[in-house]
Write a protein that binds this ligand. Structure first.
Ligand SMILES: CC(C)(COP(=O)(O)OP(=O)(O)OC[C@H]1O[C@@H](n2cnc3c(N)ncnc32)[C@H](O)[C@@H]1OP(=O)(O)O)[C@@H](O)C(=O)NCCC(=O)NCCS
Length: 161
């Protein structure tokens, strides 16, 4: 499968809304809501530059069809990058899409001399934990009942220096 990674453009927002809803629903069912976030949300949060923090996003395409999305950020002030969110169309899980998106993010982080990247994922999301660990993240902590009651967040970090 030929995977192309490119920067998110506003024209991707409708498709990204569908993918992200589907990918999280595959893990959490109705727990995180029953409606996709609107297109406007994805346009607004996918790129910004405020207070020195730069947010950018990537999409993965096969045959001109967007099947994955990744949003990352950097804070050049402290050398910390964040993997904000990643999602792949459930029909394309385990085909290297997430890994290809992450490789693009690593190029971006390294170009910006980022020394560490951080992310977190729910304790029940064992697939994502396995994915992140495969990509070199190590567990750093656990936040109780963090974004939702009954869901702890597993904190993960990866160092580049
Ligand atoms: C987590 C997610 C992004 C992984 O994307 P993916 O395209 O399915 O993953 P890849 O095929 O690129 O896998 C990369 C590596 O991670 C590992 N991995 C991926 N999914 C895994 C799983 N379910 N169990 C164990 N390992 C897994 C694979 O072993 C693979 O290693 P390999 O390259 O040696 O084969 C995807 O499953 C997803 O969108 N999940 C729902 C949303 C989510 O949970 N996002 C993350 C939390 S914010």
């Amino acid at each position: 499968m030929d995977i192309k990674i490119r920067k998110f453009e506003d024209r991707d927002a409708a498709r990204v809304a569908v993918i992200m809803f589907g990918s999280f629903r595959a893990v959490f069912g109705d727990l995180l809501g029953t409606e996709p976030k609107p297109e406007s949300y994805w346009k607004e949060i996918s790129h910004s530059e405020r207070g020195g923090i730069i947010v950018t996003s990537f999409v993965a395409e096969t045959d001109n069809n967007v099947i994955g999305y990744l949003r990352v950020s950097i804070n050049p002030g402290n050398g910390l990058g964040v993997l904000e969110v990643i999602g792949v169309d459930p029909e394309s899980f385990s085909r290297g899409i997430g890994k290809a998106l992450f490789a693009a993010a690593e190029v971006f982080w390294k170009k910006n001399n980022i020394r560490k990247v951080y992310t977190c994922t729910s304790h029940i999301n064992t697939n994502a934990q396995a994915f992140y660990k495969k990509l070199g993240f190590i567990e750093e902590g656990r936040l109780k009942d963090h974004f939702h009651k009954g869901l702890d967040e597993i904190q993960l970090g990866k160092f580049y220096d």
